[in-house]
Design a protein around this ligand. Structure first.
Ligand code: XLS
Ligand code: NI
Ligand code: NI
Length: 440
């Protein structure tokens, strides 16, 4: 088959001193990952994924200007032919970059028709092409999802629309997206509630909308069972944008929602870096919160801009952040069926196909380097030892007795009444920050 991206070679490892744009400086797909107990390779441990919507469908449009990206399907008018080229494109690029997975929304990969029936027919054709391409390619599907936010019919929400016809349409769409994900052997299925929220409470029955969202998710669980889809369901928290407030605002809000509606056994979270920062949290906070509750499922790896308050979806290149991310992920025992999906797009000025490849290289190197640093940090117990010391009081005496449930306000008051000064130990924050720096 003719190459779509002839200027992008197969990317190889060139070492940390290399300054070749299209070469890995840290990521060695076939080398054993640092700290791996079972000899897993970096490729198997990092589980990178390419986001179809950013890498294939989007072209760099922003609110002030037209697309800038130069792509092989420019000027090819027929939308189905463009869709076929893009699907071939994602396989070509993931193979050249040693990225084992990709992810898509239903509407990224195939054009809409006049009716859902027609749209589904388009989707079927492209899914068949993807399945065919998989026969001779190592690239696999990390997750599928449905775009329930782009079309004007979703302006007031999808599963949370005040109009039940929209709820029905969204249900039909997710049914089909689940079938497509199953057909392609997808390992997970994602729900990101882009329009599941509100612009103003003046026109919103919040309780009803959340009840309906829970109904919708339950139907998805039931349908998955019916068709034999055993992949992991994931909710992707995000506080706002496009709506003013989204119900899946952050990991804690998702946890409360899943618990309230008894959906916890069926869902984990897909945590995105830029969404964490929009929610006023660090990505480490979101990963930690999710892992401590056993619901850390997957990661959308990107980063925001500290000076811009929206989802800029930049490729993640911050080593400090990647190290702490990888720390949490390794502490979680990896991501299971999840992965590191680059929900990221090159800047508008990085318009060449080579920039798209270079952006992935930069992100993969940052993640690989963070992974290695985190593994060394964990092997040395660099953070664990000071942490254990800080909480040592809970392992003995009154601390152990409190944690064993043997104390009460009365008994504790009796123990406290005659304590004079309490000499606390230092939190040593700056020292610990310097410890992390040493490993990067
Ligand atoms: C948007 C989200 C979206 C999800 C998939 O901000 O990140 O891209 O990952 O619907
Ligand atoms: Ni995302
Ligand atoms: Ni996002």
């Amino acid at each position: 088959m003719k190459e779509l991206f002839p200027t992008i070679p197969s990317i190889d490892y060139d070492g940390p001193d290399s300054n070749r744009e299209l070469a890995f400086k840290y990521y060695q797909p076939d080398a054993v990952a640092a700290g791996s107990a079972n000899g897993a390779t970096q490729k198997e441990s990092l589980r990178f994924s390419m986001a179809f919507w950013h890498s294939m469908t989007a072209g760099g449009r922003d609110p002030f200007g037209d697309p800038t990206a130069v792509r092989p399907w420019d000027g090819v008018g027929d939308p189905m032919e463009v869709a076929r080229m893009r699907m071939r494109g994602v396989f070509e690029l993931t193979e050249k970059l040693s990225i084992p997975f990709f992810c898509f929304h239903d509407r990224d990969i195939a054009p809409q028709g006049d009716t859902l029936r027609e749209t589904n027919r388009n989707l079927d054709k492209i899914v068949a092409l993807a399945k065919d391409l998989m026969r001779s390619s190592p690239t696999r599907l990390l997750w599928g999802t449905a775009n329930l936010f782009g079309d004007p019919r979703f302006m007031h929400g999808a599963a949370t629309s005040p109009d039940p016809r929209v709820f029905a349409y969204a249900a039909g769409q997710v049914k089909k997206a689940l079938e497509a994900t199953l057909e392609l052997g997808g390992l997970n299925y994602v729900f990101w509630g882009g329009r599941e929220g509100y612009e103003t409470l003046l026109n919103t029955d919040m309780k009803r909308e959340q009840d309906n969202l829970a109904r919708f998710l339950r139907m998805a669980v039931e349908y998955a069972k019916e068709i034999g889809f055993t992949g992991q369901f994931l909710i992707e928290p995000k506080p706002k944008e496009p709506t003013k407030h989204q119900y899946d605002a952050d990991a804690a809000a998702c946890y409360a929602f899943l618990k309230e509606y008894e959906l916890l056994p069926y869902f984990k979270l897909n945590i995105e870096t830029n969404h964490a920062t929009l929610a006023g949290h660090t990505i480490q906070h979101e990963l930690r919160y999710a892992r401590e509750r056993g619901i850390l499922g997957s990661v959308d790896a990107n980063q925001g801009d500290e000076l811009l308050g929206w989802d800029t979806d930049q490729f993640p290149t911050n080593l400090y952040v990647s190290t702490l991310m990888m720390y949490e992920i390794q502490k979680n025992g990896g991501l299971g069926s999840g992965g590191l999906n680059f929900d990221a797009k090159p800047r508008r000025g990085s318009y060449r196909p080579e920039d798209l490849a270079a952006a992935h290289v930069a992100g993969m190197d940052a993640m690989a380097r963070g992974y290695e640093a985190a593994a060394r940090m964990i092997t040395d117990g660099a953070l664990e030892k000071p942490l254990a010391e800080r909480y040592a009081g809970w392992g003995e005496g009154i601390g152990a007795s409190i944690e064993a449930g043997k104390e009460s306000f009365k008994s504790l008051e009796a123990a406290a009444l005659d304590i004079k000064a309490i000499e606390l130990s230092s939190g040593r924050q700056e020292y610990l920050e310097s410890v992390v720096n040493r490993y990067i």
